[in-house]
Write a protein that binds this ligand. Structure first.
Ligand code: DGP
Length: 215
């Protein structure tokens, strides 16, 4: 920890596809001082490029276990950087992270790839101080562009939704910082004001200087 500098905050925005996560991440990162926005998957690294090929080319074949581990490896690639930035007092907003990693893979319902297996490779990654889970009441997306990538079907999104809830229940105490926001019918401003209300309530004086990790 840098001498005398309070560490930065790590705030994660999670959710199903097309719930406005990326927009909210941009708005929040612009409001917070000294803030960096980090998006997962990070498609710029060599692992990220492999993930991008898998997502955008439906003919690109990889065993489900392999792609799951690549998504996790992509998060591990940035772990030290994230920890160092927080210790130096920078704030970080993250667009997707461990919860997406587990929920999307577990939703495939592959024998042996249950919630525990999917979660195990992310144990030890730095834990957010607060997580916002954006959800809508029903995945019924006909917007332009939806369906271009793997996983973008309403049927699969419903399975992912179920796995997010199973995971939040399973992690229990580790998830006590998860704020669920139903964005159905809400404007961008309504959602961002809601998020900001929670962020300004975060008490830096009681926030542990120690970084927590997923256990
Ligand atoms: P995005 O760039 O946020 O649209 O994410 C791309 C897609 O990949 C989206 O459908 C969600 C899915 N996804 C994101 N992270 C993970 C992960 O760690 N594992 C799996 N299996 N899917 C993920």
């Amino acid at each position: 920890m840098s001498e005398g500098i309070p560490r930065g905050r790590l705030i994660l925005i999670e959710g199903l596809d097309r719930t406005g996560k990326s927009t909210q991440c941009t708005i929040l990162s612009n409001k917070l001082p000294q803030c960096e926005l980090i998006k997962f998957p990070d498609r710029t690294t060599s692992i990220g490029k492999e993930i991008n090929s898998y997502l955008t080319d439906l003919k690109y074949e990889l065993p489900d276990q392999s792609i799951h581990l690549l998504f996790s490896a992509n998060r591990w690639e940035r772990n030290e950087y994230i920890k160092d930035s927080l210790k130096m007092g920078k704030n970080i907003v993250m667009d997707r992270y461990v919860y997406s990693g587990v929920a999307y893979s577990a939703a495939k319902n592959i024998p042996g790839m249950d919630l525990d297996w999917c979660y195990s490779c992310d144990k030890g990654l730095v834990r957010p101080d607060m997580t916002f889970f954006l959800m809508n009441q029903k995945s019924n997306d006909n917007r332009e562009g939806f369906g271009d990538e793997r996983y973008e079907t309403n049927q699969f999104q419903e399975k992912v939704r179920g796995q997010f809830y199973r995971l939040f229940n399973k992690l229990g105490d580790q998830c006590d910082e998860v704020v669920q926001i139903d964005v159905t019918g809400c404007s961008i401003d309504e959602v961002s004001n809601h998020i900001w209300k929670y962020v300004t309530m975060m008490d830096e004086t009681t926030m542990s200087q120690e970084l927590k990790t997923f256990q």
